[in-house]
Write a protein that binds this ligand. Structure first.
Ligand SMILES: [Ca+2]
Length: 236
């Protein structure tokens, strides 16, 4: 997000710009809020058959349940690297809880294995007044155009508001919002950095008075081209 902001600032574009996230119009899939967690493989749903909402919470017995994301309940954050878990008893919506965790810790905690799930459950069980807490589980149908699995989302308040299936970074550079894909906007690409180096080679001959009229330069050039065959070198 910081690199994106720097690139947009450097470009001088002061309107909102397209980023590579779009709605794939398919069944939403579950993801973890924490970066680098990839697809959700391990699950611990109390009942998988009746999942209808878009945000995930952990019950007092360690199983997961889905809730509408606007529900206000306590939540559990993780601090990056330290593996430390923090239960925040203040009741918030899932999005506000995510924002709180990102600002004060690392992110809403995820449970990508039985071991991690146990750790979250133990932490939550320390306090009997929190029967249900938000964990970093959410589902959406947004996908990145480079097919990466990043679950990083940076929606502005009350976004997405379902008025478009493509995503733009707002001109404030703070948040994303959904916009109609037909709109024409500046955009930002990413790719590998290509380094270019130009080498100039000058040759002089002490025994040919008029090199330009001799076949020698062509012969030397074809020898060099032969040696550099296959290398990404342009000779002119
Ligand atoms: Ca919108």
């Amino acid at each position: 997000m910081d690199r994106l902001r720097s690139a947009v600032t450097a470009s001088g574009v002061s309107r909102d710009i397209w980023i590579g996230l779009r709605d794939r119009l398919q069944e939403p899939s579950w993801k973890w809020s924490e970066a680098g967690t990839g697809e959700v493989n391990y699950t611990n749903w109390a009942s998988e058959a009746e999942l209808t909402h878009h945000c995930g919470a952990m019950s007092a017995n360690g199983t997961w349940t889905d809730r509408t994301c606007d529900a206000t309940i306590p939540f559990i954050c993780r601090s990056g690297g330290s593996e430390e878990l923090y239960v925040v008893e203040e009741e918030m919506t899932w999005m506000d809880a995510q924002r709180h965790c990102r600002q004060n810790h690392s992110d809403l905690a995820s449970a990508t294995s039985p071991h991690e799930n146990m750790a979250l459950w133990h932490k939550i069980s320390e306090n009997e007044t929190t029967p249900l807490v938000w964990i970093g589980l959410f589902r959406d149908s947004w996908v990145w155009s480079d097919n990466s699995h990043s679950s990083f989302r940076n929606w502005g308040p009350l976004k997405p508001n379902n008025d478009g299936r493509c995503v733009a970074l707002e001109s404030s550079l703070l948040y994303w919002q959904d916009r109609r894909c037909q709109l024409k906007k500046a955009f930002c690409c990413h790719g590998e950095v290509t380094w270019k180096r130009i080498v100039r080679l000058e040759m002089t001959s002490s025994y040919l008075s008029n090199v330009a009229n001799s076949p020698l330069p062509e012969m030397i050039l074809s020898q060099i081209k032969g040696r550099l065959k296959g290398a990404k070198v342009k000779i002119w």
